[in-house]
Design a binder for this molecule. Structure first.
Ligand code: GLV
Length: 309
């Protein structure tokens, strides 16, 4: 059986090298080089061309190169029998929680604001809030959301969580469902989105939701650009209801030069860098699943296809 890497727009070389190091006998093709489609049983993918995998009659698994799987689940032509796996990686999780903590601290201590002031040689001291007086709400209490919540709680913040179904978490008081969301939002001063992208969560960061946040709330999106209704964010910042946002993900990446986010001083843009998968760290779990497939054993980190995560 053969292994296929499909990652247009993302360099496959580190993945190829790490796979070869870990499993020297593996027969690997890199799309679109010439290969026999019938041989391929396992694919490693990032943003594959839509409909590609229906042409592989023996394909059993599509493994995501990252934690997100929306780039795979959104392919309507992906045959039902193909299993999808995602990455669960300690380094990726730590990187995400470090990044969100940094953004939250930047906001409460106004570091970016003072950086902008420096350009104008302006000495303008503002009051600041301490972590113990600040409530951060995390939407999406999966592997990443839980780790982010724990790190924020360790750093003294009050942490609330919201998830589709109920979760029991030590440091995070978690709400669930539609009613839970109505209780959760009015308490949240800094909202962090770490939801998976599904048809139910697309456009969830919209005017209606922002309206329920207290005046002056701040939004951090480190999930997917499609969670956010961009015009609604701009309007709510313009009206002063939201104090600003830190965005790491966008509907179109790289963010187009003429996009209004670039020139909104209250929006802090980072280029999808919160937590980047490192091939050498992730390849062992990919190989483990490849071997599990060969031995007919259950795979790890399988996505529930009907849920989309
Ligand atoms: C990155 O966005 C990922 O899903 O790993």
């Amino acid at each position: 059986m053969s292994f296929l890497i499909v990652s247009p727009g993302r360099d496959p070389k580190p993945w190829l090298e790490a796979l070869k190091n870990q499993h020297p006998g593996l027969n690997i093709y890199v799309y679109p080089e010439d290969h026999d489609k019938e041989e391929v049983e396992f694919a490693l993918a990032w943003n594959h061309p839509r409909g590609l995998f229906k042409n592989y009659p023996n394909l059993k698994v599509v493994a995501s190169m990252g934690a997100g799987v929306d780039h795979i689940t959104s392919d309507r032509e992906l045959p039902e029998n193909i299993k999808i796996t995602r990455v669960v990686d300690q380094q990726l999780t730590t990187d995400m929680s470090d990044f969100v903590l940094a953004q939250v601290m930047d906001h409460v201590r106004r570091l970016s604001y003072y950086k902008a002031q420096q350009v104008e040689k302006s000495w303008n001291r503002k009051p600041y809030k301490r972590p113990k007086n600040t409530t951060v709400g995390i939407m999406g209490i999966g592997v990443l959301g839980s780790a982010v919540g724990e790190k924020l709680a360790k750093n003294g913040f009050n942490v609330l969580g919201w998830a589709k179904s109920s979760k029991d978490k030590k440091d995070i008081n978690t709400y669930c469902g539609k009613e839970g969301l109505e209780e959760f939002l009015p308490q949240v001063e800094i909202l962090v989105c770490l939801l998976p992208l599904t048809s139910k969560t697309e456009n969830i960061l919209n005017r209606d939701l922002f309206d329920q946040l207290p005046e002056g709330a701040y939004v951090i999106n480190v999930a997917r650009g499609e969670h956010l209704v961009e015009q609604d964010l701009l309007r709510m910042i313009g009206s002063g209801h939201l104090s600003g946002a830190a965005l790491d993900v966008f509907r179109e990446e790289p963010l187009p030069e003429d996009h209004p986010f670039w020139t909104e001083p209250k929006i802090h843009i980072t280029p999808h860098i919160a937590s980047v998968t490192k091939a050498s760290s992730v390849v062992p779990q990919i190989i483990e699943n490849y071997e599990r497939l060969q031995d007919d054993e259950p795979l790890k980190n399988v996505v529930e296809r009907d849920k989309g995560y």
